[in-house]
Write a protein that binds this ligand. Structure first.
Ligand code: ATP
Ligand code: MG
Length: 391
């Protein structure tokens, strides 16, 4: 058993000692079988939430209405979720009710794909009623049960299936694929935030070309904000060096570089992305084609934005000047206006003038004088410069 599971063994053991069943489940079990890195582990148990809370002294009600209790054990936090079934799905997206149950098999039955419906016990044995291991051996993604029904219950599963193709380079099993073809329009009911989570995971996948291809083949583009009719943008993304797109900001920058939306901010807003990300991407997009920089332009634009713009070049062309530019940033006399040794108040005192637009201009000129090395960032020297230049 891997170290990450061993560390969590006491959680399972305590549940078992109290007379309940407990297993590792979900992505961690799948990724272990595939020999992939396991990020976090999920635990499923026959104990009801109140029972879990009686067994462990330190718990938090993270998602108690869904049966998830966070348990602190040996300095780590584990999510322990009660076996459950999901009631009827009136709106193609979430169960109307969750019902806690004592049966592991029924819990596995409500999961999306066979590879995600495997449990691992304390003894390291797998409980795999839907033959997820066989499907993984065949490198295929198969819905648990009737795919058509499963996508009607929760349309997000179709998007998850495509992102797993991208992450694992598996294929969609035939019936699963066909059910997606038939039900893709149900994605309309899914909150854009949930689609965005899957889309980002897709974009980070090792087989991103295959994942993107499926978005087109399965006609999913109309359900991705701003992507309707953007098959060419997808083809462009497939040609780019997306393996260089490591974080979300860079991925969204690459996306807008490919889609070239009329209004970048509206495009990003439709995806309900965080404000800082939207600002950073829009700023970089405005300067995306820039290749040569003066020292003052570097200073004004800032290291973070220039780094993002250079990532844009790396993704598009496989080449970047970032190393040289970074050295030039290091060599700048000041990195930001805050580093200037005098303040606006000093300048007002020296000139005897009150504040106004002239001061803003003066400070900008002062930035430039210091960044270009015309004067040193020393109060005495700045005072002399103010006397000469600012009247
Ligand atoms: P990742 O490695 O990205 O976390 P994951 O498979 O663990 O992938 P999670 O969202 O963490 O995905 O979900 C954990 C488990 O819960 C899944 O493996 C699956 O068994 C189940 N699950 C998650 N989302 C759904 C869904 N929409 N429908 C059915 N089962 C789901
Ligand atoms: Mg997970």
């Amino acid at each position: 058993m891997k170290a990450i599971f061993k560390k969590a063994v006491p959680v399972l053991a305590k549940l078992e000692q109290a007379g309940f069943e407990a297993y590792f489940v979900g992505g961690s079990v799948r990724d272990t079988i595939l020999g992939r890195e396991v990020a976090d582990i999920d635990i499923a148990t026959s104990a009801f939430p109140e029972e879990v809370k009686q067994i462990f002294p330190r718990t938090f009600d993270t998602g108690i209405e869904h049966g998830t209790v966070s348990v602190k054990e040996a300095g780590e936090i584990y999510e322990v979720t009660t076996f459950r079934t999901e009631g009827t799905y009136a709106d193609f997206r979430r169960p109307d009710e969750v019902v806690f149950i004592r049966s592991l098999e029924k819990d596995l039955e409500r999961r999306d794909f066979t590879m995600n419906a495997i449990a691992m016990g304390l003894d390291g044995r797998f409980i795999d009623p839907f033959h997820g291991k066989d499907d993984m051996k065949k490198e295929q993604i198969r819905a648990v049960g009737q795919p058509w029904e499963r996508f009607h219950e929760d349309a997000l599963r179709m998007m998850r299936g495509v992102r797993f193709v991208s992450q694992l380079h598996f294929e969609l099993e035939k019936h699963t694929y066909e059910a997606m073809q038939q039900n893709v329009a149900l994605l309309e009911n899914i909150a854009v935030e949930r689609i965005a989570v899957e889309f980002i995971k897709l974009m980070k996948g090792e087989a991103v070309q295959a994942g993107l291809g499926l978005l087109v083949d399965l006609k999913m583009l109309p359900f991705l904000p701003g992507f309707s009719g953007e098959e060419e943008a997808i083809a462009t993304l497939q040609k780019w060096h997306l393996d260089q797109a490591s974080d979300d900001t860079i991925i969204w920058f690459a996306v807008v570089l490919a889609v070239r939306p009329n209004n970048v901010t509206s495009f990003l807003r439709a995806w309900k992305l965080p404000n800082k990300l939207m600002r950073d991407v829009a700023t970089a997009y405005g300067l995306a084609e820039k290749t040569t920089w003066t020292d003052y332009e570097l200073f004004e634009t800032g290291e973070e934005t220039v780094a993002l713009i250079e990532k844009g070049w790396l993704i598009r062309t496989g080449k970047t000047n970032w190393e040289t530019l970074q050295e030039r940033f290091e060599a700048l006399p000041i990195k930001s206006r805050k580093a200037i040794q005098v303040s606006g108040n000093d300048i007002m005192a020296w000139t005897g003038k009150t504040g106004g637009p002239w001061l803003k201009e003066a400070l900008a000129k002062l930035d430039e004088a210091i960044v270009t090395g015309a004067i040193a960032n020393i109060p005495e020297e700045i005072k002399g410069w103010v006397n000469d230049v600012i009247k």
